[in-house]
Design a protein around this ligand. Structure first.
Ligand code: ZN
Length: 241
């Protein structure tokens, strides 16, 4: 199977649209989404409608759960909390219903992949998986060959050698028979690795690559301003932080 994998759209329609357009030139069998459709951005319902029809697997993230009152926002920073409160107000009933039914984890042993928004270890605690020591402890928490994650908005590929050592690859890696992988596919709608372009991943049998695509950031920022979302969230889109 060949997969296109996306995560963390966060209500950014322009970024999602750019990624889906870019995917028209790629060949894949299934489109997987790893959570956080809403939060931060100005188009939550529109992004939900699109992802509902375009994806083969949909997971919920912490912002999705918070927007329908299923996760406490006590650990959110003030900007994220303001955006969630705005999202809670505008979200349509059909969107709430859909979000309520989404899982936060999906094991697909038949395809040797495991999908989770945050981390395979304690997924409901919304830890971040950013460095090799995080990866090292998480390799023990799934049995499939490949685990796909989002949540940190920083794309990175961790490769585990059969003897247990873990190394990091940035943008692409050959998938080797003997090794296992944790792949953070980055964020479509709010990248935080210093590159403002939307991120997604292509995962083939023997190869994975993180791809980037530019989108109309100014238009998203204008919509956020009109919605009254926090300036900090508007500005960070342009620098990808
Ligand atoms: Zn997120």
């Amino acid at each position: 199977m060949r997969y296109a994998v996306i995560s963390d759209v966060h209500g950014n329609f322009e970024a999602l649209d750019a990624v889906l357009n870019s995917l028209k030139d790629e060949s894949f069998d299934a489109l997987l989404f790893l959570g956080d459709i809403v939060g931060y951005g100005p188009d939550p319902d529109k992004c939900i409608d699109i992802l509902k029809t375009e994806t083969n697997v949909l997971l919920a993230g912490n912002h999705d759960r918070a927007s329908i009152g299923l996760t406490d926002t006590v650990f959110f920073n003030p900007y994220a909390r303001t955006a969630i409160e705005w999202t809670q107000k505008v979200l349509k009933e059909r969107s709430r219903k859909l979000l309520k039914g989404l899982p936060i984890v999906r094991a697909m042993p038949e395809h040797n992949i495991y999908l989770v928004h945050s981390t395979p270890k304690e997924p409901e605690k919304w830890h971040y998986l950013v460095n090799t020591s995080d990866a090292y402890s998480n390799f023990h928490s799934f049995s499939e060959k490949i685990c796909l994650v989002g949540h940190s908005h920083v794309p990175v590929i961790f490769e585990e050698h059969p003897k247990g050592s873990v190394k990091t690859c940035n943008k692409k890696a050959k998938i080797k028979d003997a090794n296992r992988y944790i792949i953070n596919v980055g964020s479509v709608g709010q990248p935080r690795d210093g590159n403002p372009d939307a991120a997604y991943a292509l995962l083939y049998q023997d190869y994975v690559e993180i791809k980037r695509v530019s989108y109309d950031i100014l238009l998203t920022q204008q919509k956020m301003r009109e919605a009254g979302l926090p300036d900090y969230l508007i500005e960070r889109l342009a620098c990808g932080r």
